[in-house]
Design a protein around this ligand. Structure first.
Ligand code: NAP
Length: 519
């Protein structure tokens, strides 16, 4: 904070100031919500067709300006350009799906009326809620909030977005691209900037729903603020995702599992809500898997990022990129975006070692601000903090279990229940284990397989929060169902009228009772 009503965004790699942004308070937020509410009237008039066209225009603009968005993501988070571009692509895929499917999922439809109500036509419609307050995290500053923003807009709402104070530039840029590409609906989606207090003010601003993504601690504060005005809330919290590895995997299968485990654990410096933090491998393959995980982890490193994506048509003077360390090979992932997260990673690691865990790769020396090199642990006591709390760093614990049943039990013993993955020799066994798990999302034979499937809902339970984004549930989460019945003709016996003789009404009720007592 600068103390002047403005705050600075910093590069996590160098600590250098990137830009300054205003700290928005209740007044500015009320303005933004008011503008969105007004613009929502025009959004409603645009109809399904007009809204779809506008959202697809926005989508094309995001795809066309991927380089510009990714550059801002990389500057503010430190993640590699390739990762930032992949993140934008995922957001684009979700926006495309939401735009194309909103009418099918939310449009008015007839539903069966039932025997007692054959005289009525029954209609189900989903009305927009109004204005949605979206509060986002910094780790995937495009993909994560767009999972709410895109679906909320497609459902007919306005949106006011409060990005993390670590990634304000990304939020402002997303809103600017909207305003530039869909100027006729400019006020419908805007960004407000600031830190936690700005998020709190947004939750209290009279928005019609809050879509929050962040840590469970903050989710509780937001839930408390929303409770005061009965504002509905979707809370996407953290995770402690587990990978289950069956004893029937052969060498190539174990290699595929190891590859996925390392990528799932260390990509984005482990700062992924659905990142791999725990592995439960059946004892017959445990040691072999550990060797393969370590071999793969040893080939991956954190460091400064090259600029540009290295493709021949890359934009800008640095487009061909520079080596991160002069070794000829760029680092695979970047710095810890949130400096204080280094302390959590270090504490989890030290406590694990003190409680008897085996350190297979890396160690306390792997933590060297702002980077953390990959760490692989084994035989970690289940009550250690690294097995219980979200680490949010490139550190993975590989424990051995008797069988897949025990793997499921241990995976489910966490207070978090967000994502999980299963690797088995047969996909049938993998699916069977997946269906036993409490996690909201499970990939069999891969990690995070569900994240790029827009028709699947995303979310978890327990400390991982409640509600869903993405897919049909994600669209319905930003709409209020409205039930309408239309009387088509007079029923033979009208049960909602005093004009019907009591004895006739009673006979009808008795007939219906007998019918249901037998069925
Ligand atoms: P965070 O500290 O909980 O912050 C999340 C957002 O809430 C930020 O915009 C933050 O603003 C804002 N905020 C802070 N205090 C607030 C308050 N009292 N009222 C309203 N808003 C407030 O989380 P983070 O560090 O940004 O993100 C990391 C966490 O997000 C991890 O736990 C990760 O697992 C989780 N996550 C979950 C998902 C999912 O889909 N389930 C996806 C991505 C990340 P400031 O940043 O300005 O303080």
């Amino acid at each position: 904070m600068t103390g002047t009503g403005r705050f600075a965004s910093l590069s996590p790699a160098t600590g250098q100031q990137l830009a300054e942004y205003p700290v928005h308070g209740p007044e500015e937020i009320a303005d933004a919500v008011g503008r969105a509410r007004e613009a929502a009237k025009g959004w409603a008039r645009a109809g399904w067709k007009g809204r779809k066209a506008a959202l697809l225009t926005f989508k094309r603009a995001l795809a066309a300006r991927m380089g510009e968005v990714a550059e801002t993501v990389t500057a503010e988070t430190g993640k590699p350009d390739h990762d930032a571009r992949t993140e934008v692509l995922l957001a684009v895929i979700h926006l495309d799906w939401a735009a194309r499917h909103a009418r099918r999922v939310l449009g008015r439809r007839r539903v069966p009326s039932g025997l007692l109500s054959t005289h009525q036509r029954s209609l189900l419609a989903y009305r927009p809620l109004g204005v949605i307050g979206v509060i986002g995290p910094w780790n995937y500053p495009v993909y994560t909030p767009m999972g709410s923003i895109g679906y909320a807009l497609a459902a007919g709402n306005g949106v006011v977005f409060k990005p993390s104070e670590l990634t304000p530039g990304v939020g402002v840029l997303l809103a600017r691209i909207w305003a530039e590409t869909v100027p006729e609906h400019a006020g419908l989606f805007s960004a407000v900037t600031g830190e936690g207090r700005t998020g709190d003010a947004l939750a209290r601003s009279g928005v019609d729903k809050v879509a929050f993504t962040g840590s469970p601690g903050t989710a509780r504060k937001v839930a408390a603020a929303c409770a005061e005005s009965l504002t509905p809330l979707t809370a996407e919290g953290g995770g402690k995702d587990a990978v289950l590895v069956g004893g029937d995997l052969d060498g190539p299968g174990l290699d595929r599992a190891a590859e996925a485990i390392v990528w799932g654990a260390v990509s984005n410096a482990g700062q992924t809500c659905t990142g791999v933090e725990r592995v439960y491998a059946v004892e017959s393959v445990h040691e072999d898997l550990c060797r393969r995980v370590v071999r793969r982890a040893a080939q991956v490193s954190a460091g400064p990022q090259q600029s540009g994506h290295g493709l021949p048509d890359a934009e800008g003077p640095d487009a061909e990129g520079t080596d991160a360390d002069g070794s000829g090979r760029a680092a695979d992932y970047g710095p810890m975006t949130l400096p204080s997260q280094l302390d959590t990673v270090e504490r989890h690691l030290k406590e694990a070692v003190a409680s008897g865990a085996r350190v297979l790769h890396g160690g306390p020396e792997s933590v060297s601000a702002p980077y953390v090199q990959p760490v692989v642990l084994a035989d970690v006591p289940e009550d250690a903090s690294v097995m219980r709390e979200e680490t949010f760093g490139p550190l993975v614990a590989v424990n051995s279990v008797r069988d897949l049943e025990e793997a499921v039990e241990r995976a489910d013993a966490s207070p978090y229940a967000l994502g999980a993955a299963v690797f088995t020799g047969s996909s049938r066994a993998g699916r069977a284990a997946a269906e036993q798990l409490r996690a909201g999302m499970v990939s069999v034979g891969s990690v995070l397989g569900y994240a790029a499937v827009p028709s699947l809902p995303f979310g978890g339970s327990g400390e991982s929060g409640y509600g869903r984004v993405h897919g049909e549930e994600g669209l319905r989460g930003f709409a209020a169902p409205q039930a309408i019945t239309v009387r088509r003709f007079s029923p033979p016996v009208d049960l909602t009228s005093y004009a019907t003789p009591r004895a006739t009404a009673a006979r009808t009720v008795e007939l219906a009772r007998r019918f249901h007592a037998r069925m």
